[in-house]
Design a protein around this ligand. Sequence first.
Ligand SMILES: NC(=O)c1ccc[n+]([C@@H]2O[C@H](COP(=O)([O-])OP(=O)(O)OC[C@H]3O[C@@H](n4cnc5c(N)ncnc54)[C@H](OP(=O)(O)O)[C@@H]3O)[C@@H](O)[C@H]2O)c1
Length: 285
Amino acid sequence: MTYPTGRPATWFVTGASRGLGLELVTQLLERGDNVAATTRSVERLTASLDGVDTARLLPLAVNLAHAGEVTRAIEATKERFGGLDVVVNNAGYGFLGAVEEVSDREAREMFDVQIFGVWNVLRSVLPGFRENRAGHIINVSSIVGLVPFPGWGLYGAGKAALESLTESLAGEVQEHGIRVNLIEPGYMRTDFLRPVSLGLPTSTTDAYPAVREMVQQHLDMPGSQLGDPAKAATAIIAVAVGGDAPLRQLLGSDSLGLAEARVRSIESEIEASRALAVTTDIRSV
Ligand SMILES: NC(=O)c1ccc[n+]([C@@H]2O[C@H](COP(=O)([O-])OP(=O)(O)OC[C@H]3O[C@@H](n4cnc5c(N)ncnc54)[C@H](OP(=O)(O)O)[C@@H]3O)[C@@H](O)[C@H]2O)c1
């Protein structure tokens, strides 16, 4: 159990001016914790926190893809609050389009935020966490990181990569007293599917009418998603404070159902693979 008791915890939260990140920062400030919050717009973040006591907030304008900016942000956090306890890699955005339609630039931008940005944060915080034999990394993935869907190839590839690196990390740092969790939400009622956040390919083809239909359904969805971002933020705090959450914490009954179906589908694929799989060893079994 590495969550500090008897003093406010210090959190570093990325992607804080909207949605889940904003809810999390708000609740952390309300419970009296210290929060370093990264955003592309400090102005938007502080405006969004109107009415919240921000005495324990360190707002930071950070381009997560820039290693130097991330390192300076972590140093500023430790300087202001005297340490760091919990990191939440939350920044991310959706992208809906067929695999063939994703440009090289669009793919690289997604990985800049969801993978290289997270890696920059990890490189900056892990040495200090190891030294202290304490610390908690919480990476916000998605049920799409576990369950791929047509039209979600780029977003899912980013989240699946995040899941893989997180699972490896968890195994590596356990002996250093560092905790690691993945958060896998289903649909949440945030700006995620609104034009202000959602990415779409700059060029599309007529070859994927099912993807176009799926995209339209999602553009019509804002306001009707199942998940409450305030409850999701509370759940993330519970993961940090409780200390006994599974590596992958699903959020939302939609996420739970999809994960269960995915396990059944993988089990049946393993069975269907069995006969051919055992034919390729040097010595047959
Ligand atoms: N909402 C859902 O249905 C859902 C489902 C599963 C997983 N998720 C994941 O939950 C996390 C939070 O998303 P949300 O639902 O809260 O969406 P949101 O309301 O659109 O907020 C996304 C946050 O991520 C940051 N962000 C977006 N694009 C960015 C970029 N290009 N570079 C840096 N930061 C960027 C933004 O930070 P600033 O604007 O402050 O810079 C923003 O505060 C994401 O990782 C998302 O993939 C969401």
